[in-house]
Structure formats: C-alpha cells, structure tokens
Write a protein that binds this ligand. Sequence first.
Ligand code: HEC
Ligand code: HEC
Length: 669
Amino acid sequence: MRKNALWIVGGFILGCFATVYCTHQWIVQAQQSERPGNSLDNPVDMPRDLSGLSIKTPRIRIVHTTDPWQEGGSMYLQEVDPWLGWKWGKDLTQRSFRERDGVYGDHGKIDGIMLADGATKMMDRSHTNSCGSCHNVPYRDGGAGMTIAKNGATGRNTPHMYGTGIMEMIGQQIRLQAYAIADTSRDGWISKEEAKGKRLIIYNLPAGEPGRVAIDLGSFDDENGSGFPNLNPIIWPAFVDRNGQRIAWAKGYKTPEVAGFQIEVQVYGFGTPYLPFRPAISTTIRAFTLTPFDIHSGLQTHDPTTYTSPNRDAHALVSNAGCQQFISAAGKDRGGVRAPTKTGLPGISLDDPDRDGYCEELSEGDMDVSEWYLLNHPSPARAKITPEVAAGEKLFAKIGCASCHTPDWTLLASNPNAKDYTEKFTGDRRFFDLEVAWNDKTDRLEGKLNYLVNKITSCDPKGADRERMVPKRGAFTVRGIYSDFKYHDVGEDFYQMQYDGSIVRQWRTTPLWGVGHTAPYGHDGADLDLNTTIRRHGGEALDSRNAYVKLSDAERSQVLAFLNNLVLYQTDQLPTDLQGRGQIADNYKVQGMNVGLECFNSEHLFRTPVKIEGPIRNIKGEKITSRAGTNIRQAYGLDLQFLRDTDGDGFPDVIDPEPLIRGYRDGIR
Ligand code: HEC
Ligand code: HEC
C-alpha cells in the first residue's frame, strides 16, 4: 500500500515537472504567426494552422553566403531554390518578433532623423513587432496600411510595396544615367568643375517609343549659390574630397575639403526635406528593410554588405541580389566583436547596440532573403477594363495628370561588357514576373508566371550536375506605374508642418499603381477618397486639377473609374498559371495531393514542394481539406547544412558558438 502511494506521489511529481518542462517549451515555441503543425501534431507542442497560411518555419537566422552550393546559405536560397529564399524573406516581413528574437528596446523613445531645429527627432521607436502590422492591406503581402506619427502630427500613411523592386531598379538606372551626363572623367564621382552648366535630364522610355517624355531633375551645378547642387531632392549628394573619398560631415560646398559628390537616388517614401548628413529616407530595398526593422521593432541588423566601403566613398558593397548599397544606410551593429564558431565561419556580432542582451538580432543573410523577396514582389494590376475605365485613362492623360504621373518606364538591359560603368546597367534583376490581367471569360484576375532567368547547369563541389537559376538581367518595360519619381510642389494644401515648425513643401509624385485599393490618400492619409485628394492638388498641378474640376460629372467618374481600376490582390490566393501551360487547373496536384485551384503559392514552387495533409475530419467531425504541411522540415530546408539549428535557439549550427546549448541571447546564454 505504502509502496503504491510512493509510486502515485512520485508519478504526480514527475508529471508536474513534465508539465512545467513542456509548457515552458511551448511558451518559447508558440507564436501567433508561427504555426507549423498539422492535424496529427499535438497543438500544445506544435501550434497548428490547418488553413496552411501561417508561417511554418521557426525563427532561424539566414547565413550570408556567396557560394550557391553552400546548402541553405543565402546564395543557395537565391539561385538553387529561389522560391524557398523568396518565402523565407516573405516570412521575415510577416513574422511577429518576440522578446527572444531581440524585439524592441527603448520603446517609445523619440528617434529617427533630426529635424531642421537640430533638436527634434522624427518619430518614436519600437511600436510594432512586424512589418505586417502596418503594411497589411492586403494581408500577408507587402500591402499598404495605417497612418503613423512621423515628421509631424498630421501623420504619414503607409504605402504598399507591390513592384518595389521595379522602383529600386528605376532609381539605380537614373543614378547611372546621371553619372553618364556629369562624370566626364569616369572616375566614379562628379567634381564641381564637371558639374558646371550641366542639367540632369532623363527619359522614361527609349528614343522612338510613344509616350517618351523628358524628365528634368535639375542642375548638377550650384546655380543659386546654396552650397548644394541644384538637383531635384530625389537626388541626394554625398560629398567627397579630391580623392573621391566621402566626407561624412560635409555641409555641401561650404566645407572647404569638398571637391565634388556622388549620388543616391531616392525613389521611396512620400517626401522628406533635404538633410545634409544622410539621405532623408532609405534608398535601396535593403536599406528600407534594415532601417524599419530597427526603428519600428528595435531589431538591429548586423549587415557587412551595408557597412563595408572598400573605397571609403559613398558606396558600400553590391548585394547578392545585385544592387549597389550605400554606406549612409549602415546600421548601428558593426560587428566590433564577433563570437567564435566551431566551423571557422565568421561568427555572430556581439555588439548588441540596443543593450537588450540579444545579439545579432537580424543577420546579413536575413537581409539577403528579405531583399530577394521585396525585389521580386509582384506588381499591382489592372482590374476589368470597361469602356468607362478606358475613357477615364484617356482623360487622365488629356487633363495633364500623366505629365507627373508618368505611366511607363523601361529598364535597360545590363551590358556587363560595356567599358564605361555608366552604360553597364544592371538590367531587370528579378527572377520572375507575375503577369496579372483580368480574364473576361472567368470574370476574375488571373496570373501568369514568367521566369526571367537562365538555367545554368554546373558541377557542385561533390561533382554532381546541378541547376541554378540566374536572372537574365534583360530589358523590361513596366506599363502603368504612374510616377516621374520627381518631387513637386503641389500646393499649400499638401504642405506639412513638421514638429519643429519647419515645412515640407515638395512631395514625390506618388506612383498610382494599386491606388484603387490604398485609401486613405496623400502622404498624411488625410483624404479618404480619390476625388478629394485630386481636388487637393494645387501648385505645379493647379492647371491639371482645374481641368479635372471642369470636367462633366460623367467624365470625372470616368477618371475615378480608371484610378479605381489600378488594384492590388492577395498574391497567394491569385489563380495563376504556374507552369506556362496556358491554363489554370481547378484541381491542381502538388506532391500527389489535390490543392484545389492553381494559385500563386510559392510553396508549390520550392525544389521540394510542400505536401498538404488533404482531406481529414476536423475536431467537430466535419470533412475538411487540411492545407497544413506534412513535410515541412524537408520542404523548407530545415536540415540543410546552413539552416540546421539543432538547439532551436535561432542561431544555425554553422554560426552558433554552442550548437547544442540553447542560448537565445548570443547562442550560449
Ligand atoms: C509602424 C508602421 C510601419 C512598419 C511596422 C513598417 N513600415 Fe514600411 N512604411 C511605413 C510608412 C509610414 C512608410 C512611408 C514613409 C515615408 O514616406 O516617410 C513606409 C514605407 C516603406 C517602404 C517604401 C515604399 C514606397 O513605395 O515608398 C518600404 C520598402 C517599406 N516601408 C518597407 C518596410 C519593411 C520591410 C518593414 C519591416 C521591416 C516595414 N516597412 C515596417 C510604415 C511602416
Ligand atoms: C505637378 C505634378 C502632378 C500632377 C500634374 C498631378 N499630380 Fe497627383 N500627385 C502629385 C504628387 C507630388 C502627389 C503626392 C502628394 C502627397 O504625397 O501628399 C500626388 C498624389 C496623387 C494622388 C494620391 C495618391 C496616394 O496614394 O496617396 C492621386 C490619386 C493623384 N495624385 C492623382 C492625380 C490626378 C488624377 C491628377 C490629374 C488631375 C494628378 N494627380 C496630377 C503630383 C502631381
């Protein structure tokens, strides 16, 4: 009897310990947005989502690599399994980061760029734990979203990121075109002498194409004696000395050492006043990922690609995705002290700039995949083009809207053999284009997947023939982006008084693609409908605005019908011809399972596609199709050398100082 009681008590105590242990495990694992489990998993150990839409991977830092054969490294995820890399990047923008990931630090502290009074900063820190909490219309994509306190109390609206790669490439092209005009000596910077008498005039389309217009971005020269080149504010000059090296503290030509400048082209953001020491807003996708991670979520990235400048000029390195980066975007984590590793690879940075105890909160490889995702984010689309919409489109051009909202742009093909660096261009660096159009027969938006890669077969180090997908970097003409990427004064009603009393008078022409779905409008989100925001135009747009007001009611609704025709869509739900067969299957088979309608779901395109669970009975006994996966480890590459994270602390084994000791802070603690 006593023996039995001992067993019972012993068992009870053991049970208590087991419960504490398991719930602890669960607490550290569970996260709203991370639900890898299927119906067979115990939902306590493994949170599940039978719709299959949640993030299925644990938070594991991606390791930056340049060799595509290092399995699971960032170059492998770009060239060998590009859809998998795309999805890891997407998940980073949708993930809700937790304390153990190092999120936040200095919540609510006023930070950001200094305003003109030299004392007031632009916004506050650490207000959300995910990009997806602001950029969420539509949900699960780089959508548009809420208006936040930034620059001034009137607010700053969140734009969408559809087609953001195309915008980056247009900006980089303008940059090289500017050098072609002004850097006569071709030494990579523009001297004061070279700038004399030159204007920056570029064209959206190649010579001879209908719709080609000249866009005047101002003078390279300091014509008005302001101490700065008189270029449109989308061009940000980084001043250099006579050896072409950057003078970070230079205040324009008034600083005696300044001999000239290099440039960054700022295609993103609504508009911000000129700032002498750094660009007012991030220039590249990469910079526009690591900066928001820091300011909105308190996650600092350790990114050598952005903080390394071989020539000590304005340039940092060229990213894996092929974009020139700029030293002005270097974050606070500079890898001053690096942890040892057992593999000899460079270890994680122990700098911990926000002093929250968590190191290397985001890695260089995380930026590689985030950049890869955003570079390749599908573009907005046109809904059904009715006669009313077509008439509105014509009126839009006729009343002068298109003079700023320039419809089309061509990306010139890359020419790596060009002798002159200004003619090399990068071409279209994306790996696919999703062509989205309305199908009148099926009465819905449909996608068609076009690859933009060369498939290259070569030998990996083990001697096996393997295939890589390398972007062709050809030319691409984007139809219907609707911006000249230039700052304009569109009248007093758009002026923004910043916190410090300084006034922002110029705004970048907002690209109107997707505008039918992104209310509210204006940089401040103050206009709840399109008609109001159009009527708010004045200044340089006054004639065009007046022409709009003078239209008949019917014509004005045509213009609005046209704008409402420029739409976004949920990418993973878009019926899409994934295989180029000219049709979209109603019962599409992936890994032998019927996934239903063929949609733009990247999991179908992985080297090992996700296998869904299929027909099951749910807890109420109803027949449902579970879209949870049954092969997550394999499909998502969790056992690949550079992704394997044995102790589950988010630092993959190859860079974890202690791969078998779980240490969320630095791999050990
Ligand atoms: C707190 C809300 C918020 C969060 C969170 C947020 N953003 Fe933004 N985002 C904005 C706002 C507001 C702007 C416009 C900024 C401006 O013009 O001053 C913006 C602009 C952008 C742009 C430029 C788009 C364009 O076409 O001009 C990109 C790219 C971007 N964000 C990426 C990100 C990424 C990546 C994350 C996550 C790491 C993120 N954002 C998180 C609010 C947010
Ligand atoms: C002189 C150049 C110019 C002309 C001409 C012009 N716009 Fe604009 N437009 C702008 C600028 C700059 C903004 C950005 C204002 C801001 O960020 O607050 C803008 C913003 C908009 C927006 C708001 C977009 C958003 O997402 O917030 C719409 C819609 C728009 N314009 C439509 C039109 C229409 C329709 C016409 C013709 C009647 C027109 N524009 C003419 C420069 C112009």
